[in-house]
Design a protein around this ligand. Structure first.
Ligand code: NAP
Ligand code: F7E
Length: 321
């Protein structure tokens, strides 16, 4: 099959394109032109870059998408492109709405125009739950986003549902809870911690400043979550699915596990800095993936401890090379 991925240079783009190539598909990615000609998370794997087809485009530029859809004629589309950093969404709300809402609308319109028989995955997020009303969140839980990012993901998700219902398209939303890996951007808290712990161990850094260490997240492994995306597009019907581990841990738990793995006493290095606090915080998330387990047969493969150790170990190895 021919597969088109927006956001291919991000963490999930890396894991997804690798998995789809292994499955024997031809993988095509939309990349933004940048002055350094870098391929983001894909830069860790030059061999992978050489197996992918790239097209310059931007999801805010509909004409660039039209050209790509016309050229590739994909059988499956994974729409991952987004301004994905929650903190940044308060300082750049317009870009966040343009890319995440209008960008999704543009992708859907090109999809509908050129490949209406194909299948479309949209990357929604647990940030739509925000101020949670249930101890564990599923597809029916109240959605009360707490950031411009969360609002944009809610609007994009409903745009996808509306296109599915209005035009009979195969469009599915994955409501994915936080998922991490050694390919995670360094501004997100898990990678910020794993990289800092490795650097401190090697004497390259002597402190780590964080924001709200009591925030709790349901952290899974990105490699498992891209498998769920693919399963959604192989199902008989389009639908919306929560993907999560069902466990919630605090930022503090992550710090303790990461530093503990390297036999470091985190108290000597970690402190808080108000500049990393958010105007409105999502304090707690824990997802119920029962529907994905029952209907898709999906389940996660890596524990919280296993994930932390994988990230710290990889950062240590990369720095030691
Ligand atoms: P990421 O690492 O931040 O990657 C985002 C990707 O979007 C990058 O390839 C980026 O390209 C691209 N992009 C940004 N603006 C664009 C634009 N205007 N036109 C075209 N491409 C653009 O994000 P991720 O962690 O892989 O997440 C993938 C998707 O899942 C995102 O939609 C995110 O919001 C969503 N999500 C993520 C999580 C998670 O825990 N990771 C959970 C739920 C939902 P550049 O390299 O050029 O910047
Ligand atoms: O923050 C707290 C912070 O930036 C997690 C994105 O992939 O997942 C991600 O969004 C928590 C928050 O991820 C620092 O306040 C403390 O409570 O790693 P994060 P996020 O905001 O949960 C969702 C599901 C997405 O969809 C998003 O695209 O950690 N925290 N201290 C910190 N966070 C950061 N970044 N940096 C700190 O120093």
């Amino acid at each position: 099959m021919k597969i088109l991925i927006s956001g291919i240079t991000g963490q999930d783009g890396y894991h997804l394109s690798k998995m789809l190539l292994d499955e024997g598909h031809s993988v095509h990615g939309i990349v933004r032109r940048n002055s350094q000609k870098t391929y983001g998370a894909l830069e860790y794997d030059r061999e992978l870059i050489n197996k992918l087809e790239f097209y310059y485009g931007d999801v805010t530029d509909k004409s660039s998408l039209d050209l790509i859809f016309k050229t590739v004629k994909p059988d499956m589309v994974f729409h991952l492109a987004a301004q994905s950093f929650v903190q940044e969404s308060w300082s750049n709300p317009e870009v966040t709405y343009d890319v995440n809402i209008k960008g999704t609308l543009n992708m859907l319109n090109s999809f509908r125009e050129y490949t209406p028989e194909a299948r479309f995955y949209n990357a929604c997020s647990s940030e739509v739950y925000g101020k949670v009303s249930d101890d564990i969140q599923n597809e029916e839980s109240r959605m009360w986003p707490r950031s411009p990012y969360g609002i944009s993901k809610l609007a994009a998700m409903w745009t996808c549902i509306n296109y599915r219902e209005s035009y009979n398209l195969f469009v599915s939303n994955g409501i994915l809870f936080n998922h991490e890996s050694p390919f995670r951007g360094v501004e997100f808290v898990t990678r910020k911690i794993s990289l800092a712990a490795a650097r401190i161990k090697l004497g390259l850094q002597d402190e780590l400043k964080l924001g709200n260490m009591d925030a709790m997240r349901d952290w899974g492994y990105a490699g498992d979550y891209v498998r769920a995306m693919y399963m959604m597009l192989q199902a008989n019907e389009p639908d919306d699915f929560v993907v999560a581990t069902g466990e919630s841990h605090s930022v503090q738990d992550f710090v303790e596990a990461a530093f503990g793995y390297l036999d470091l006493d985190y108290k000597q290095y970690v402190s808080t800095d108000p500049k990393y606090l958010r105007p409105a915080e999502v304090q707690y998330l824990r997802g119920d993936a029962s529907k994905a387990k029952e209907k898709l047969g999906w389940k996660p493969s890596i524990t919280f401890k296993g994930l932390v150790e994988l990230m710290v170990k990889t950062d240590l190895e990369r720095l030691s090379d």
